[in-house]
Ligand binder design. Structure first.
Ligand code: MIC
Ligand code: SF4
Length: 657
């Protein structure tokens, strides 16, 4: 049997282990990306590793999340990142240059290379045939220092695409269809590889929409082959030299194959409040819309926005809808400005936002109470928009433009049928308008030695975790249900600016569960910590889904949380927990979840012994009423990291050997 594309690239980069799905492997990382919201911690940790300059082929620091905050925090972060990147041998994409994934695809993505990014949507790079993986900032810092990245060798799901998308049906509808079939749960340990005759007609930006939102499936990565479409895109980006054809073997041994006929697809949406709450648009059509927001790393490419501008040219948006557009990059924005499309969008009534994450991460543009908001983004977790009880529908740019004209959720195919609007065929440009002047190259090594790094007062070096105790005495601080996202654990929005200051940011851990007049999670946790009692979190399935933000481990660790007991923990978050010395434990019998309550006191007699050499731990309630078994699904390296009190300490110990 032949080899899948995923395993071919893994094989080329393998430095430890064997390509047996489910076992741990170490791979060489060619490129890294960081963004500001995870990047400040990543760089602070990188600095404290004492490596000096990065040892990858290419590392890029982007500023796209924390852009327009009130107070000095954002600008302090930008200055730190700009100066630390220059000193460390890292390219720096300045604020305003665009969203990391969009810019990386345009200017740096390379078929066959490995990319590790401190952002869960790093697999966007799979659209150009890279093996692109999201991870916590500390894992990325280690990779910047030249260390391998360790992961579970994934099983590969082959998705055979046939047919061709119809008019008004978009790449977004392909990934929404995938989410309707696979959901956001239970896909840990898989990678998705697209193949078949249907891929030929999909451009790189379309493929990138699909691999980007593959993150919502919870898979390790998603990838398309590198073919003529890839060559066309790279040539248009004046980077033909980076092209390399790459496909799976014809008889590739996929662990599972599913088929999708693109011709049979219809416009879809993810309904409030989960990316897998999928319905065909026609089932929700007619609902009044208050807001339409186009942008994010999923759908803000030149072709997406050109399509919209062509539809809107000479038309006006519905008077009861607010409409905002955030182009994915400065390249996209410049091109729209140069060809007049920007003026068409403005004339139609669009509010143009800067090229950044913006409303996708709750930086403004929160919807009014009780309004439906349509967004071309990838996540609609409750409250992420900044409004409690929000009603966020994730849609394609096609559905967004149809709905902004009518003021109701509209199947875009109705634009042709009922309003005689022809579907604009937008071709990929032969040449993009390239201007890399907002990407600063690093300083040469000699100059870097004496260069100063600007560390403003709001940038606080995070504490390393303390060692784990032999005997863990803990208390259940919180019992939560299924699908707890990292947005629940560490809210972004107005708190995003606190990312560089763990003691401050930790105050809002789990604040979505706070009740007025009662002590917060942070207050209770710190109270226990002072008494020498560990905090324990009890959770259901898919705990920690969503973002790669390691603050969802780092801040609870700071508050004294030492263990998470769950029915299931998502890949990136699980790695972050281990990196910050919080023990991830799975219920051996999922029914034991029902027997635990908040405030229960728990004891693990021989925690360190179990971490050293067992696949399970015995846990009992301190009152003796109940004992149960937890599974420790740890690789040898995971055990070493936990015993060394986290990855930073572990890396320091290893470098001394
Ligand atoms: C997100 O979409 O949630 C983010 C913000 O991009 C995160 C990263 C972060 O929390 O900084 C992600 O997806 O990893
Ligand atoms: Fe930025 Fe949103 Fe993409 Fe995250 S999902 S990187 S916040 S645009």
């Amino acid at each position: 049997m032949g080899t899948t594309l995923v395993h071919k690239i893994l094989q080329e980069h393998l430095v430890e282990g064997q390509l047996t799905p489910g076992t741990e492997i170490g791979i060489r990382i060619d490129q890294t990306l960081t963004q500001d919201a995870t990047g400040t911690t990543a760089f602070l940790l990188f600095e404290s590793m004492g490596v000096g300059r990065v040892r990858t082929d290419l590392s890029v620091s982007y500023v796209d999340h924390n852009m327009a905050g009130f107070g000095p925090e954002n600008h302090n972060d930008h200055l730190y990142l700009q100066t630390v990147a220059a000193k460390s041998g890292v390219y720096h994409s300045r604020p305003g240059n665009g969203i990391c994934h969009q810019v990386h695809l345009e200017r740096f993505g390379k078929p066959g290379a490995t990319l590790l990014g401190s952002d869960s949507h790093t697999p966007t790079g799979g659209g150009i045939g890279m093996l692109a993986i999201g991870a916590g900032g500390l894992d990325v810092a280690v990779a910047m220092g030249g260390g391998p990245f360790y992961l579970q060798c994934p099983k590969v799901l082959g998705v055979k695409l046939t047919g061709k998308l119809g008019d008004w049906v978009a790449a977004k509808d392909i990934i929404l269809k995938m989410l309707s079939e696979l959901t956001t749960k239970g896909n840990v340990g898989w990678a998705v590889e697209y193949f078949g005759p249907g891929i030929k007609s999909l451009t790189v930006p379309q493929r990138a929409t699909i691999t980007n939102m593959g993150a919502e499936l919870g898979v390790t990565t998603s990838i398309f082959p590198s073919d003529e479409q890839t060559r066309k895109f790279l040539t248009a980006q004046k980077r033909e030299g980076d092209y390399r054809p790459l496909t799976a073997d014809k008889d590739a041994a996929y662990d599972r194959v599913i088929a999708l006929d693109l011709s049979a697809l219809e416009p879809m949406t993810a309904c409030p409040s989960s990316p897998d709450c999928i319905k065909p648009i026609r089932e929700v059509a007619g609902k009044k819309v208050g807001q339409v927001v186009v942008g994010s790393c999923t759908n803000s490419s030149f072709t997406d926005l050109m399509m919209m501008a062509k539809v809107l040219k000479g038309r006006r948006i519905d008077p009861m809808v607010e409409f905002a557009v955030a182009p994915g990059s400065r390249e996209v924005l410049n091109m729209l400005a140069a060809n007049g499309a920007l003026a068409d969008l403005i004339a139609a009534g669009a509010r143009i936002l800067e090229s950044a994450c913006g409303p996708c991460i709750g930086q403004g543009f929160s919807p009014a109470d009780g309004t439906v908001t349509l967004r071309t983004f990838n996540r609609n977790f409750a409250g992420r928009s900044g409004t409690k009880n929000d009603q966020v529908y994730l849609v394609s740019p096609e559905t967004a433009v149809a709905s902004v004209l009518t003021g109701t959720i509209t199947d875009p195919r109705d634009l042709s049928q009922k309003m005689s609007v022809a579907y604009p065929q937008v071709k990929m440009p032969r040449e993009f308008q390239i201007d890399d002047s907002m990407i600063e190259p690093p300083l040469p090594a000699e100059q870097a030695q004496t260069a100063e790094v600007l560390r403003g007062r709001t940038i606080v070096v995070p504490e390393a975790p303390p060692g784990l105790p032999e005997r863990l005495v803990g208390q259940v601080l919180l019992k939560c249900g299924d699908k707890i996202t990292t947005d629940h654990i560490m809210p972004a929005g107005t708190y995003l600016k606190l990312r560089s200051n763990v003691p401050e940011y930790a105050k809002v851990v789990f604040n979505c569960f706070s009740e007025p007049g009662r002590p917060t999670f942070a207050e209770r946790a710190l109270g226990l910590k002072r008494q020498g009692v560990a905090g324990v979190i009890v959770a259901g399935e898919s705990y920690g889904q969503g973002s790669s933000r390691e603050h969802a481990a780092l801040c609870p660790m700071y508050l004294g949380v030492r263990a998470v007991l769950a029915r299931g923990i998502e890949r990136i978050h699980r790695a972050n927990l281990i990196n910050f010395c919080i023990v991830p434990i799975r219920f051996a019998d999922p029914a034991d979840y029902d027997r635990l309550q908040a405030n229960d006191e728990l004891v693990i007699e021989d925690l360190l012994g179990a971490i050293r050499g067992s696949d399970q731990v015995e846990i009992r309630k301190a009152d003796g009423s109940f004992a149960f078994t937890g599974k420790l699904e740890l690789s040898a390296r995971d055990r070493d990291i936990l015993l060394a009190a986290g990855l930073l300490n572990f890396t320091r110990q290893e470098s001394k050997k």
